[in-house]
Design a protein around this ligand. Structure first.
Ligand SMILES: *[C@@H]1O[C@H](CO)[C@@H](O)[C@H](O)[C@H]1NC(C)=O
Ligand SMILES: *[C@@H]1O[C@H](CO)[C@@H](O)[C@H](O)[C@H]1NC(C)=O
Ligand SMILES: *[C@@H]1O[C@H](CO)[C@@H](O)[C@H](O)[C@H]1NC(C)=O
Ligand SMILES: *[C@@H]1O[C@H](CO)[C@@H](O)[C@H](O)[C@H]1NC(C)=O
Ligand SMILES: *[C@@H]1O[C@H](CO)[C@@H](O)[C@H](O)[C@H]1NC(C)=O
Length: 669
């Protein structure tokens, strides 16, 4: 018996050599592959064969990268039923089923394979890593009778659909290995959850560990790093028949690998030839805020908060004692209770959208229709756009409490949450201001209003007159003097308003030092975030720049230029800008970790924006201006990483038809 086995092993090895040298990628009916033989895909990318791991003698049938020196498995056929020895074989039956035969010739295949009515079945290992069975006499070579991509192990290859056939209810998902050397199914799964609007859930047993959030047309709401890029195309398909996620390679130079590790992390790698290793370029969950429901219901997690969790605006901790000792699990409750009919919807920005397992959606409704539907149903707690591309479309509604919310400083989404009417202070400032002005007009009469306005204007003028002369340089032309008068259009802020917004110019709120003084972050009562530049009192140079900035920035309107919201010239000279959450470009470019966030499309977008801003300054604006200090630290980034040129303290204007101007001061860059 032993001699027979040895002989057959010899024959097997011999024929195996023959196979390998011919690099077969197919087997036909009644043919088999023995332990020791393998199939190699046509382009030589993948290999199918038998293997064992670590010290174990257990044998498995699997697929791995052929070209890569480190044995990296992408699929295992018999994860739950390892072979005891080397006597097993993979065979294609004459009716098109792949079977695994033990030494006695009995079928032990762990997967249920249909018996197929085919005349000439062929099993082929494709260059995508997919082992397929096709009918060689069939008309469509892409009509797979069976494919290994339907039974993923822990690896999610390019072209693989992860998700559901909605007709049959068949679900494809990845399951981690038990350990590095044990391919049997571990505790973790990563699968598309079909409840409400679909999202991926990373689970350990039945516990949710991480949620990608719903697909927004570009990426999952909770995976801001997974943006469109030149190497991959990510796709989420949802129709009557199917719902699945898939990625495709756009560049053949990349060898990708996405997998679920034994300790429950979704890792995305690329093979680096130079180092002969896998480089990790994406991991999920990535930080504490990714852990499911870290901050409980209506709590919001933000990694740069300390502590991590805060209640959303208008909410308070359910149990403040627990909250104070950093136990956030019970989350937050409304400050003011809802009253169905009278409720309002308040916009919260830059979020990872809450758990959508109890949501409802309609892809053809717009945001207004969405609000109407949500308003009508008192158990509808929030709504948002389904797709954020092209200004947003579709409708997503949440029923029940909102959970697992986090806040991003870039690539977050807007969510409109149902709030009590008494929370109207949370509405955006432009709506509120409108109401305020109306109120004033009604209660005090327009005469009084005009009086107030006139006084304000006079005061502004007076302050302006008191500013020491700085009329050299950019104040010289008549053009500019005219603007000097006009700049009174700029809204005036009370010093007290700005002081309250910036927590009385506390050092905690200080975010930097501008050309002529400190810069503070603040939040106006309506919730609008602002940046406040303060002119140092003893700087005459600064005063010149301050006036310059007021003159120019208030005149200029372009999306690539920072927007001045107003000024204050009471005790302090202040400039109030819109707040740029991503700070300045230099903080990204010159920081080794931040730098990685700037992929090529982001960089291109920034360069383009700066160029458009400069073109506007030099050619298209009514005031033609040379900035004279364009540098990375003067390019601010908004929450979507759009660039805004700032700091016009050194700028100089020239008249409409001049193309050259002399400067009599040495200035910035
Ligand atoms: C495969 O084997 C079966 C049974 O021995 C036989 O009937 C059939 O013709 C064979 N098919 C091919 C393609 O050789
Ligand atoms: C093959 O059959 C023999 C005799 O029935 C049995 O002892 C042996 O365990 C079988 N081998 C396998 C791998 O099932
Ligand atoms: C989904 O399953 C049904 C029933 O098994 C099948 O007819 C259909 O082809 C499948 N759809 C896809 C896209 O695989
Ligand atoms: C989605 O909205 C459109 C437009 O309002 C409507 O015609 C359609 O019936 C809605 N679909 C569902 C499933 O409610
Ligand atoms: C509100 O929406 C929920 C969930 O879709 C539904 O069950 C309920 O009937 C709706 N209520 C009303 C009054 O339409």
């Amino acid at each position: 018996m032993k001699a027979f086995v040895a002989l057959s092993m010899f024959l097997v090895l011999f024929s195996c050599n023959a196979l390998v040298s011919n690099a077969l990628d197919t087997i036909t009916a009644n043919q088999s592959i023995q332990d020791g033989e393998s199939l190699i895909s046509a382009g030589g990318t993948f290999e199918l064969g038998f293997f064992s791991r670590g010290d174990s003698s257990k044998r498995y049938l699997g697929i791995w990268y052929k070209k890569i020196t480190v044995m990296t498995l992408v699929w295992v056929a018999n994860r739950v039923a390892p072979f005891a020895d080397r006597s097993y074989a993979l065979r294609l039956t004459s009716h098109g089923s792949l079977v695994l035969l033990d030494g006695n010739g009995s079928d032990i295949w762990p997967l249920n394979l249909p018996i197929l009515p085919v005349r000439n079945p062929v099993a082929q290992l494709l260059d995508s890593g997919n082992l397929v069975v096709i009918d060689a006499e069939g008309s469509d070579p892409n009509n797979f009778l069976w494919q290994s991509f339907d039974y993923p192990a822990d690896t999610f290859l390019a072209g693989m659909k992860i998700g559901w056939n909605r007709t049959s209810g068949f679900n494809r998902y990845v399951t981690s290995w038990k350990s590095i050397d044990d391919p049997s199914p571990g505790d973790f799964t990563f699968q598309l959850d079909p409840n409400g609007y679909p999202q991926f859930l990373l689970k350990q047993g039945s516990d949710i560990k991480f949620r990608t959030g719903p697909w927004n047309g570009l990426r999952w709401s909770g995976t801001p790093n997974l943006n469109p890029n030149p190497y991959y195309r990510y796709e989420f398909v949802l129709n009557e028949e199917e719902m699945y996620y898939r990625y495709e390679l756009l560049s053949s130079s990349v060898i990708p690998r996405m997998m679920l590790t034994t300790n429950g992390l979704v890792h995305q790698f690329a093979w680096i030839d130079r180092t002969q290793g896998w480089a990790l370029y994406l991991a999920e969950p990535i930080d504490q805020c990714d852990n499911y429901a870290t901050c409980g219901v209506y709590g919001s997690c933000r990694v740069d908060n300390s502590p991590l969790c805060r209640c959303l605006k208008g909410f308070v901790p359910r149990f403040s004692q627990e909250w104070d000792i950093l136990d956030w699990s019970n989350g937050c409750v409304r400050r003011n209770p809802l009253d169905c009919e009278k409720d309002i919807f308040v916009k919260y920005s830059w979020l990872k959208l809450p758990d959508t397992r109890s949501s409802w959606f309609n892809g053809s409704m717009n945001l207004q229709e969405c609000e109407v539907v949500c308003t009508k149903n008192c158990s509808c707690m929030a709504y948002s756009n389904l797709d954020i591309r092209d200004g947003g479309s579709g409708c997503l509604l949440w029923f029940g409490e909102l959970i697992d919310i986090r806040e991003y400083s870039a690539y977050g989404q807007d969510l409109y949450i149902r709030m009590a009417a008494s929370e109207s202070a949370l509405l955006p400032s432009h709506q509120k201001k409108h109401k305020l002005v109306m109120g004033l007009a009604v209660s005090f009469g327009s005469v009084f209003l005009i009086l107030v306005l006139t006084l304000g204007v006079l005061q502004c003028k007076k302050r302006k007159m008191k500013l020491p002369e700085a009329k050299r340089d950019s104040f010289e032309s008549g053009d500019n003097r005219e603007n000097h008068k006009e700049d009174l259009e700029l809204p005036l802020f009370d010093l007290s308003t700005v002081a309250i917004a910036t927590n009385y110019f506390s050092t905690d709120n200080k975010i930097g030092e501008g050309g002529f003084g400190p810069v503070y972050k603040g939040v106006l009562r309506g919730g609008q975030e602002i940046a406040v530049k303060m002119l140092s009192r003893n700087s005459t140079q600064g005063l010149h720049e301050f006036k310059n900035e007021v003159l120019y920035v208030s005149k200029l309107q372009h999306r690539s230029l920072v927007k001045l919201l107003g000024c204050c010239i009471e005790e302090e000279n202040l400039l109030i800008y819109e707040f740029m959450p991503n700070r300045s470009l230099d903080s990204f470019l010159f920081d080794p970790t931040q730098r990685k966030q700037l992929d090529w499309s982001a960089r291109f977008n920034i360069i383009n924006g700066i160029a458009r801003g400069l073109l506007y300054l030099h050619q298209d604006s009514r005031l033609r201006i040379i900035h004279r200090d364009v540098k990375a630290s003067n390019v601010l980034l908004d929450f979507e990483m759009n660039p805004k040129i700032s700091d016009f303290g050194l700028a100089k204007s020239f008249t409409g038809n001049e193309t050259q101007a002399n400067t009599n001061r040495v200035v910035g860059t």
